[in-house]
Design a protein around this ligand. Structure first.
Ligand SMILES: [Zn+2]
Length: 424
């Protein structure tokens, strides 16, 4: 079953061309999976586009889902201009290659690191891998990769097997104006539909439709108080961070709008900025559309306000226009028309081993992170620890069944005394 509401589709067509793809398990009786395509609205929040229920994350089901999605969004030519992000799911990659060859594809770096960590652990490698992913220009990425090679040549070889255009900002194209490294919008959507995921399929779709309808209505009135042309709050936050960083930079003028920007602390870092063309050689400005700290330094030098140079797709009007399309209300089953077609039957059931889980499957890296947090937080330790405390001797590490003092009392007082006396 596939659902792409006209309102969602129209909203996406007014946003940046970036789609996160992900699959998550259904928690209901019949099992199966939800495949979802989630975009980003002008305020950098999730914008669900289409969802489907399939029997699993196979190449066939991704092919079927993507074909419908591509047709809905306006055909292959348009979809070639979209950037797709995924968790490198098995069936998904060949499906994208088949339908949209040469399309810009990114892999969620959190997921990519979690696979990397299974073979090559350690904080030094972790930091370097993330540094390589966050590097915004080729030279920085190459330098970081050389450092990785000097620590562990095998880890370097492993990383080089995945082309960096999939996982490092330094090789991303500028088309999508979105520089994210993680598929967090898809994760947010999966957690939002946690409740509906336990329901039978039609009920689940209905609850998701209601959620989307109300979300659209809420968002339509959300930014109404902002003044005309205002930069949206989440974008403003990012710009503020760049403004703070700009105090470490100074600029020298070359042409009226052409500068070189160098670090105050005399590091070797230096970039060229062209305010007319809106480019900086660090590439971050072109990746996100938000002026980088180097550009801000130059704007300040020219007594110009960087806020005025935020592109239109990050402003109030873009947000209002994005949520203008309506998700229309629908009638209940009492008003449905009877069709001549046979009733739809439930899908073939695949029983999964074990008790059904509700929370998302975490990667090993996230599990380790969670454990560290628990170790730091004493309240979490005692709450968790209580279950493992022995109720007889109150000691940690065993329960009443394997408790030594329990064994002693059950044998009677005299023998327990004898045992303690004849001990070591
Ligand atoms: Zn820059």
């Amino acid at each position: 079953m596939y659902m792409c509401l006209e309102g969602c589709k129209q909203s996406f067509l007014r946003c940046r061309r970036f789609i996160g793809l992900d699959g998550c398990f259904l928690k209901g009786y019949y099992g199966g999976m939800i495949l979802a395509a989630v975009g980003r609205d002008p305020n950098d929040q999730m914008l669900p586009i289409a969802i489907a229920v399939a029997e699993g994350e196979t190449k066939d089901s991704w092919l079927w889902f993507l074909k419908l999605l591509i047709a809905d969004l306006g055909g292959k030519d348009f979809c070639q201009t979209i950037t797709f992000m995924s968790d490198q799911q098995k069936g998904l990659l060949p499906a994208i290659d088949e339908l949209l060859p040469n399309v810009e594809q990114r892999f969620c770096v959190r997921h990519f690191y979690s696979n990397f960590r299974k073979r090559y652990s350690g904080k030094a490698l972790k930091d370097l891998m993330w540094k390589a992913a966050k590097a915004s220009y080729h030279q920085e990425w190459e330098k970081t990769m050389r450092e990785i090679r000097s620590i562990n040549p095998e880890a370097h070889k492993y990383l080089m097997r995945t082309p960096p255009r999939h996982w490092s900002k330094s090789w991303f194209r500028f088309d999508s104006k979105c520089d994210v490294l993680v598929n967090n919008m898809s994760e947010t959507f999966n957690s939002v539909i946690l409740g509906p995921r336990e329901k039978p399929i039609v009920t689940m779709f209905e609850e998701i439709r209601c959620y989307l309808m109300e979300r659209w209505a809420r968002n339509r009135s959300k930014m109404i108080e902002l003044e005309a042309g205002a930069v949206l709050p989440n974008i403003k936050k990012k710009l503020l961070k760049e403004r703070e960083r700009s105090r470490f930079w100074m600029c020298r003028v070359s042409g009226y709008m052409l500068f070189e920007v160098y670090n105050r602390n005399q590091t070797s870092e230096q970039y060229t900025v062209n305010l007319d063309a809106q480019t900086c050689s660090c590439r971050r400005w072109m990746l996100s559309g938000i002026p980088c700290c180097h550009a801000i330094t130059c704007y300040m030098d020219r007594k110009l306000d960087p806020d005025d140079y935020i592109p239109h797709f990050y402003r109030k009007e873009a947000y209002v226009s994005c949520y203008e399309p309506l998700i229309h209300p629908t009638n209940g089953q009492n008003l449905w028309e009877t069709t001549p077609y046979p009733d739809i039957l439930p899908p073939p059931m695949r029983k999964m081993p074990g008790r059904p889980k509700k929370s998302r499957n975490k990667g090993t890296y996230e599990k380790a992170k969670g454990a560290n947090e628990k170790a730091k937080d004493p309240s979490l330790v005692t709450r968790k620890g209580k279950a493992n405390n022995c109720i007889i001797c109150k000691q940690v590490g065993h329960n009443k069944r394997s408790c030594k003092s329990n064994a002693n009392t059950s044998q009677g007082e005299t023998s327990s005394q004898a045992a303690t006396q004849s001990g070591p």
